[in-house]
Design a protein around this ligand. Structure first.
Ligand code: C5P
Length: 210
């Protein structure tokens, strides 16, 4: 049995009190992974951005909005966890200055200066110790090469490669890459069955028995 930290869903970066940057992540793959981990007898805490899906009963849910909040919640939870599954799609950019009041239209183009948000997995990877980490990479070009580069940069033990079709859909198609760059499994199906197969691979390769 492991205690697993899961990140799930999108984050939001506000421009002003009412508008925000985000993406189409629904949290469905995170939900499916929480379920599969729980079915395997693991204890799960999920740090989730705003989603419509409900996480399984018995899973501890920490609700966050921004990428910075997701990182800080994860940093607080990491010491008590054995492993991390980073399936969230955190916003990679935020506006440099959030407007205190709603930005009014002027009839002119609006220029936004965006700066990068922290990378959650890469930051956690710096302090992972003997914990394992599994990341997801959504790639359109040079897919395996880029996914493997992310595995290395973020100090992950496995990287799940998927494609843009996975966003908002019921079904998905993934490849599981190991640190040697080998495709240890290629799986297609609904997110529940794909999640079960990913968890089986995590248990086989990463979870310590005992
Ligand atoms: O966005 P990217 O393709 O780099 O995401 C790859 C992995 O890194 C995913 O597992 C995602 O959850 C994670 N990630 C993160 N923090 C970010 C961006 C991505 O942890 N700011």
């Amino acid at each position: 049995m492991a205690r697993v930290l899961v990140t799930s869903g999108p984050t939001r970066q506000y421009l002003d009190p009412v508008r925000f940057l985000t993406n189409g992540s629904t949290g469905r793959m995170g939900q499916a992974l929480c379920q599969a981990l729980q079915d395997g007898g693991h204890q799960v805490v999920v740090v989730s951005g705003p989603v419509e899906v409900a996480y399984p009963d018995g899973v501890e849910v920490v609700a966050v909005v921004t990428t910075e909040e997701m990182l800080s919640a994860c940093q607080g939870l990491l010491p008590a966890c054995d492993g991390v599954v980073g399936v969230a799609a955190p916003c990679d950019y935020r506006v440099e200055h959030v407007a205190e009041r709603k930005i009014a239209k002027t009839g002119q183009p609006l220029l936004l200066r965006l700066v990068e948000t922290p990378d959650i997995l890469a930051t956690l990877g710096e302090h992972k110790g003997d914990r394992w980490m599994v990341g997801f990479a959504l790639e359109t070009d040079d897919r395996r090469f880029r996914a493997l580069a992310k595995l290395e940069r973020k100090k992950c033990d496995l990287m799940i490669l998927n494609s843009p079709q996975a966003i908002s859909s019921v079904d998905t198609r993934v490849e599981i890459l190991d640190p040697a760059g080998d495709v240890v499994a290629a799986i297609a199906g609904d997110k529940r069955s794909v999640a079960a197969r990913i968890v089986a691979e995590i248990e086989h390769r990463l979870v310590r028995r005992g």
